[in-house]
Design a protein around this ligand. Structure first.
Ligand code: HEM
Length: 400
C-alpha cells in the first residue's frame, strides 16, 4: 500500500503493515485523518484513521456496502458468484433490514446459549489431546478446530462432513500470489459444500440454524435461494475466520504481557472485560468492510468523492489516543466499552454474543489447564498471514 495526499504522508512498507500494523496506522493517523492510498489490489482507496471519524462512518447511511455504488472500474473485489455474494455485508437497507430481521428470528439467544456446554466440552477435548506433549501450535490444535466445531454445530454440519475450513478461508483472505487459482478453487469448493448441505437440510430438517433459516418467513417474506446460500457462507466465513484469530491474537497478547496475564489468572471474573480489551488491542479485523459513499462526503476536512472506495481502519481507531488513554498498552482493567472490533451501526456483528462466549470459554479453559503457558518462539519468529484485511497468526507455538 502506498499513500499520497496533502502534506507529507509517510511511506508504507507492506511487510511492516503485516508485522506491525499499529505502527503503520499510528503514523498515518498522526499524519492525517484520511489518506488516499493504493490498496493491495492496485486500486485507489481512502483510508480513515481516527476513532471518531471511523465510528461515525460505520453508522452513516451515506456509506454504502452495495458494490453497485462503486464508480465504474473503481473497485474489483473477489468475484464471487451470486449464490455467495448476496450477503448482508454487500447490502444496504431495505434488503439488509429485511434479511437481518429474518435471520434474527432464527439466530436467537437461545440457540447461542445451547452452544455453551458443547463449546466447553470441545475446548477440554482439544486441550486433553495436546496436554501430554508439553508444546503445541495453538492455532492448528486449538484456536482453529474450536470454531470449526462450533460453527458446524451451529449450522448443523454432521461430524463426518466437517472440513478444515482454514484452507478455504485462507485462500480467500490471504491468497497466495504464486497460486492465483486457489481462491477460485476455494469458491468452487464452498459452493459445492453449501449446495449439498442445503439440499440435505431441506430433505431432513433438524434443530440447527440452517434448517431454521430455510423455514423462516416473515408474512410473505422469505429468503431467496441466493440469499440463503450467501448467508450460510457469510456465517461460516465471518464466524469461523474471525474467531480463530481473536483467540490466537488474544492468547499472544496475554503471553506478551505477563502482568496482565497474572491479573487475569488471579481474578478470572475479569475475563469478560479482558476479552473486550483484547478485541480492541489486537482484533482480527484491522479494517471494516469497504464502503462506497453515495455522495461526496467530508471526513476530517477532506472530501471523499462519491463512488470511491473507503477503508475504515478499526486498528487505527483502536489505538487513537484521543479515545483510549495509553492506547498501545494492554490493560484488562479498562472499562472495555467503545471498541469497534465487532463493528457499529446496522452491520454490527450478527454473531457478537457467540464470538464473546466462544472467546471467553477458549481463554478460560486454556489458562486453567496450563498454569505455565509460555510463548514457544521469540516474538520475531512469529509469522502473520500476509493480509491487510485479516490479522492473524499462521501458527502460535507455545510450551506448557
Ligand atoms: C471474534 C469474532 C468476530 C469478530 C471480531 C467479528 C467482527 C465483525 C465485524 C467488524 C463486523 C462488521 C463489519 C462492517 O460493518 O464492516 C461483523 C459483521 C458480521 N459478523 Fe462478525 N465477527 C466475529 C464473529 C462472528 C460470528 C461467530 C458470526 C456468526 C456466527 C459472525 C457473523 C457476522 C455477520 C453475519 C456479520 C454481518 C452483519 C450485517 O451486515 O448486518 N461474526 N463481524
Amino acid at each position: 500500500m502506498a499513500t499520497a495526499m496533502s502534506g507529507q504522508p509517510p511511506l508504507v512498507d507492506p511487510a511492516e503493515l503485516i508485522a506491525d500494523p499499529y505502527a503503520v496506522y499510528g503514523r498515518l493517523r498522526e499524519a492525517g485523518p484520511v489518506h488516499r492510498i493504493t490498496g493491495t489490489d492496485g486500486l485507489p482507496a481512502w483510508l480513515v484513521t481516527r476513532y471518531d471519524d471511523v465510528r461515525q462512518a460505520l453508522a452513516d447511511p451515506r456509506f454504502s456496502l452495495d458494490k453497485r455504488n462503486a464508480k465504474p472500474g473503481g473497485y474489483h473485489g473477489l468475484a464471487l458468484p451470486p449464490a455467495l455474494d448476496a450477503n448482508l455485508l454487500n447490502m444496504d437497507p431495505p434488503d439488509h433490514t429485511r434479511i437481518r430481521r429474518l435471520v434474527s428470528k432464527a439466530f436467537t439467544p437461545r440457540r447461542v446459549e445451547l452452544l455453551r456446554e458443547p463449546i466447553r466440552r470441545t475446548a477440554d477435548r482439544l486441550l486433553d489431546a495436546i496436554a501430554p506433549h508439553g508444546h503445541a501450535d495453538l492455532i492448528a490444535s486449538y484456536a482453529a478446530p474450536l470454531p470449526i466445531t462450533v460453527i458446524c454445530d451451529l449450522l448443523g454440519v454432521a461430524p463426518q462432513n466437517r472440513q478444515d475450513f482454514r484452507s478455504w478461508t485462507d485462500a480467500l483472505v490471504a491468497p497466495d500470489p504464486a497460486r492465483p487459482e486457489t481462491a477460485k478453487e476455494a469458491v468452487r469448493a464452498m459452493l459445492g459444500f453449501f449446495t449439498g448441505l442445503l439440499a440435505a437440510k431441506r430433505a431432513a430438517p433438524a434443530d440447527d440454524l440452517l434448517s431454521a433459516l430455510i423455514a423462516v418467513r416473515d408474512d410473505e417474506d422469505r429468503l431467496t435461494e441466493d440469499e440463503l446460500m450467501s448467508l450460510a457462507f457469510l456465517i461460516l466465513f465471518a464466524g469461523y475466520e474471525n474467531t480463530v484469530h481473536l483467540i490466537g491474537n488474544a492468547t499472544l497478547a496475554l503471553l506478551s504481557n505477563p502482568d496482565q496475564l497474572a491479573a487475569l489468572r488471579e481474578d478470572p471474573g475479569r475475563l469478560g472485560a479482558a476479552v473486550e480489551e483484547l478485541a480492541r488491542f489486537d482484533g482480527p479485523a484491522p479494517l471494516a468492510i469497504r464502503r462506497f459513499p453515495t455522495e461526496d462526503v467530508a471526513i476530517g476536512g477532506v472530501t471523499v468523492p462519491a463512488g470511491e472506495t473507503v477503508l475504515l481502519s478499526l486498528a487505527a481507531a483502536h489505538r487513537d489516543p484521543h479515545r483510549f488513554t495509553d492506547p498501545d498498552r494492554l490493560d484488562i482493567g479498562r472499562d472495555g466499552t467503545g471498541h469497534l472490533a465487532l463493528g457499529h451501526g446496522i452491520h454490527y456483528c450478527l454473531g457478537a454474543p457467540l464470538a464473546r462466549m466462544e472467546t471467553e470459554i477458549a481463554l478460560a479453559a486454556l489458562l486453567a489447564r496450563f498454569p505455565g503457558l509460555a510463548l514457544g518462539v521469540p516474538h520475531t519468529g512469529l509469522k502473520w498471514r500476509p493480509s491487510m484485511r485479516a490479522r492473524g497468526l499462521r501458527s502460535l507455538p507455545v510450551t506448557y
